[in-house]
Design a protein around this ligand. Structure first.
Ligand code: SF4
Length: 345
């Protein structure tokens, strides 16, 4: 049996594990600093640890959970990596460098059970949840791809899978991202996206103070039932009521909605007015993302004038809206395109 993974354990968790074997807590903090802050994963190089502890770390723990298989660079700077776990499954992570920030989009599951009709990941079906080490190793591996003068400033859980269906591992990974002795990220720089797993939303925000993003994609149950089949279990009224009752949501902490615009499906002026009615009074921001055409879906993005008209209607309805330019489409790294083509055959 292989050694348990040390990465993915938060410094607090690591302290407890070290104490169980008689190693003082401050040593756990030192190891966390080497691993998460400096990216040093060989115990031999952890020079402030006694030699005996370095040997113990090497014998008792593994420091990697994923091996890179392929890295693709988009012409717009986006970087997508395919990574292999120890049982051979493949996951994808995407780095999106911008002027001021570098956002990492991570996966939480291999495939996804929710089968949204516009999503390449959903078309793969579901294999398994990723554990916390496999989530954190996406962060470590992707950071290693950046030039020395850049680091990851934002993490979004919007890659493969539905994060709230893997809540314990998601929370453990987020705790490590936020912990001052680990990645020390500000909570406002970490965003978890859900298709609307209603019973888990409150639980997530009680555990970790992250930004919440909701994949809306339609403002009526008739359309959303088709695009996001989870809507049949948790329809819009239930989802919106849950969001309105979240104590954390305020003007300072709005809900971020994602709306993929699909030609002839959810892009009419009436659809836009319906979105305005749905979000009225809820502190929120909406990201409009024109559909990325991928080979498995028949959907297309609307023509530019229809996108403009939709956006205009939203703004008139009082919805704070951003049109998101899609990144990495030439390497299948854009939203809804993550499908690990090697795995899909
Ligand atoms: S859009 Fe998200 S929740 Fe829906 S199938 Fe794709 S990965 Fe799963």
């Amino acid at each position: 049996m292989s050694a348990p993974a040390l990465i993915g354990l938060s410094p607090d968790h690591l302290r407890r594990r070290f104490k169980e074997v008689g190693v003082p807590g401050y040593r756990a903090d030192q190891v966390a600093e080497w691993v998460y802050q400096r990216g040093v994963l060989e115990p031999e190089a952890m020079t402030n640890l006694p030699q005996e502890l370095r040997g113990q770390l090497l014998a008792d723990w593994s420091f990697r959970a994923l091996e890179p298989v392929r890295v693709a660079h988009s012409t717009d700077g986006t970087v997508k990596a395919v990574l292999r776990a120890s049982d051979g499954v493949l996951v994808e992570a995407v780095l999106i460098p911008e002027e001021e920030r570098t956002t990492l989009c991570v996966s939480t599951q291999v495939g996804c059970p929710l089968a949204c009709s516009f999503c390449a990941t959903g078309a793969l079906g579901f294999t398994r949840n990723l554990d916390a080490a496999e989530i954190i190793d996406q962060v470590l591996r992707m950071r290693e791809l950046l030039p020395a003068d850049r680091t990851i400033t934002n993490v979004v859980f919007m890659g493969m899978g539905e994060p709230l269906l893997n809540l314990p591992n998601l929370i453990a990974a987020v705790e490590t991202l936020l912990h001052p002795k680990a990645f020390a990220m500000a909570p406002r720089r970490v965003t978890v996206s859900t298709a609307g797993v209603v019973p888990k939303i409150g639980e997530l925000l009680e555990a970790v103070p992250v930004n919440l993003a909701v994949s809306l994609h339609a403002a009526t149950d008739a359309v959303r039932d088709v695009l996001v089949p989870l809507n049949r279990r948790f329809p819009l009224a239930e989802l919106m009521q849950t969001l309105r009752e979240l104590p954390r949501i305020s003007r300072r902490h709005p809900v971020f909605f994602e709306y993929t615009l699909i030609d002839g499906v959810n892009d009419s002026r009436e659809d836009a007015r319906e979105v305005g009615r749905l979000l009225r009074g809820l502190p929120s921001k909406l990201n409009l993302i024109p559909m990325n055409a991928h080979s498995d879906s028949g959907y297309q993005p609307p023509p530019p004038e229809r996108i403009d008209a939709f956006m205009g209607e939203l703004v008139r309805g009082g919805v704070t809206t951003t049109l998101r330019r899609s990144r990495g489409a030439d390497i299948d790294a854009a939203c809804g395109q993550l499908a690990v083509r090697e795995a899909a055959g």
